[in-house]
Design a protein around this ligand. Structure first.
Ligand code: IMP
Ligand code: MG
Length: 172
């Protein structure tokens, strides 16, 4: 294991098992409908593909990329790459790697809501409610997490560690 890793918080087996459970919840909730999953580059693509594989309703996928304005302006993000297709009239689920302060998700949900989807939900792999600055409704989540910086399964530190199969606490 990498020297910068303090400990593994969720193993690959735990993550995959929990993703199956959440995919079952999503399949039940959207039964009879097509579902559009919207991933946020780059962090959420690992979770999105793992999740999509176990969803049993018809699934479409689209991706957007955001860039933040840096440390001086937390939560101030803009869309750096927009969706390829409109979402009007569709059942849309925003898929996030992590909801921390909630600022990013709120911005994205507001932006997507303005495009008149039939429904709009939020699914996150990790939820750190202890750091929340604003209220966001999380419809589906895999794990609640403590206030420690995590890497793996899409989460990065300086763009590294996204490809780890597990989720780990990085050494301070
Ligand atoms: P927000 O604070 O909810 O707006 O989340 C902002 C972004 O910070 C997330 O989308 C992640 O990219 C990043 N982030 C927050 N916590 C962590 C972490 O523990 N590891 C890696 N990235 C994180
Ligand atoms: Mg992110």
């Amino acid at each position: 294991m990498d020297l910068a890793i303090e400990r593994v918080l969720f193993t690959e087996e735990q993550i995959q098992a929990r993703i199956r459970e959440v995919a079952d919840e999503i399949s039940a909730r959207y039964a009879g409908h097509d579902l559009k999953l919207i991933g946020v580059l780059k962090g959420s693509i690992f979770f999105l593909t793992a999740l999509a594989r176990h969803i049993t309703v018809p699934v479409k996928i689209d991706l957007l990329a955001i860039s933040s304005f840096g440390k001086g302006a937390p939560g101030v993000v803009r869309i750096a790459k927009d969706l390829d297709e409109p979402i009007e009239g569709e059942d849309v689920l925003l898929v996030e790697d992590i909801v921390d302060t909630g600022l990013t998700s709120r911005y994205l949900l507001q932006t997507l809501a303005a495009r008149n989807p039939r429904s709009l939900g939020l699914c996150t792999m990790l939820d750190r409610t202890i750091r929340r600055l604003i209220q966001v409704r999380v419809d589906f989540r895999c794990f609640e997490i403590p206030d420690r910086f995590l890497v793996g399964f899409g989460l990065d530190y300086k763009q590294l560690y996204r490809n780890l199969g597990y989720i780990a606490v990085l050494k301070p």
